[in-house]
Design a protein around this ligand. Structure first.
Ligand code: SF4
Ligand code: SF4
Length: 296
């Protein structure tokens, strides 16, 4: 388990709850790197998290994986340990009926494109689970990772998702690794390495399209304007070189050891980061009012 001689404060943490997942998405960040697959038993996992919360004053926890809802009882217990919680799920398992917890569900395109990336029938499964959950008026955040398979269908996808009440969509980009090694049992490494990543020009074009979509569907796209501008090729380097994710967020693996630099894996290419975090951080530094409202 992670141990620091002089424990620092971490405002937030993200933990891999389980190594299991029912999907094998073509751009998956989790299975693209070799990792220890052995899980701690429930009690050791939860008591370890409690100890880390006390030592580092963790206020907010992100429940990740694999698919965290494969250990739904552990997640249910774990939610009680932290004041703020986010569950990052692929949405194909029933969503637990929880209050005051952010549910973030991955959706990567129109039904056809999403299923091509994440597996046949997964789009409809998610929508059914979302309807069951937010029929009670509960909010859901969709997370979309843009890459070469889905970058052309964003308008169609947002049009579809914008019809679902109490939801917003957060647009991110696929982040490549600096180094790709063969990973046993995972067959998409070549595609990840050579195909998925967009050029800077393509990425800029997507960003301008998302800015337009924000005007067309007010309140349905999560990314503040300024963070999208900061993702542009001319600005991204400043934000990623200053990213303080490793200093402020305790990213933990299945055994509660540290994952660095972040949840995207140890060989991640920060210079092409498609996560929203460094851009939100920079927009907040600039005092952007839309970014200031985001809680992480
Ligand atoms: S749902 Fe998440 S962990 Fe599972 S294969 Fe897809 S990206 Fe990977
Ligand atoms: S990949 Fe992105 S979020 Fe992760 S440490 Fe690098 S710049 Fe920060």
């Amino acid at each position: 388990m992670f141990y620091e001689e002089n424990p620092k404060e971490y405002h937030s943490a993200i933990v891999d709850v389980t190594d299991k997942c029912n999907l094998r998405c073509r751009h998956c960040f989790y299975y693209r790197e070799e990792h220890d697959s052995e899980e701690l038993d429930d009690e050791s996992f939860l008591s370890g998290l409690e100890e880390l919360r006390k030592r580092h004053n963790i206020m907010s926890m992100g429940w990740c994986g694999g698919e965290p809802l494969y250990r739904k009882e552990v997640v249910a217990q774990g939610l009680k340990l932290f004041p703020l919680n986010t569950i990052y799920t692929n949405g194909t398992l029933p969503i637990p009926d929880v209050d005051n917890v952010m549910i973030a569900i991955s959706i990567d395109g129109t039904p056809e494109i999403h299923d091509r990336i994440r597996g046949k029938g997964t789009f409809n499964k998610i929508i059914n689970n979302v309807k069951a959950f937010n029929s009670k008026g509960k909010f859901i955040l969709f997370l979309t990772t843009i890459h070469r398979i889905n970058f052309q269908c964003i308008e169609e996808m947002i049009e579809l998702l914008s019809q679902i009440p109490d939801t917003m969509t957060c647009i991110m980009f696929f982040t490549p690794l600096k180094k790709y090694k063969d990973v046993k049992g995972y067959k998409y490494t070549e595609e990840q390495k050579n195909f998925l990543d967009l050029t800077w020009e393509e990425r800029d074009d997507v960003i301008y399209r998302v800015l337009k979509l924000k005007r067309r569907y007010p309140g349905k796209i999560f990314n503040p304007d300024r963070t999208l501008e900061l993702m542009l090729s001319e600005n991204a380097g400043i934000c990623t070189s200053r990213c303080n994710m490793p200093r402020r967020t305790l990213t933990l693996d299945l055994k509660l050891n540290r994952k660095l630099p972040c949840v995207l894996g140890k060989d991640v290419d920060c210079s092409k980061c498609g996560c929203v975090f460094p851009y939100i951080q920079q927009a907040k530094k600039e005092g952007d009012p839309e970014a200031m409202r985001i809680r992480f």
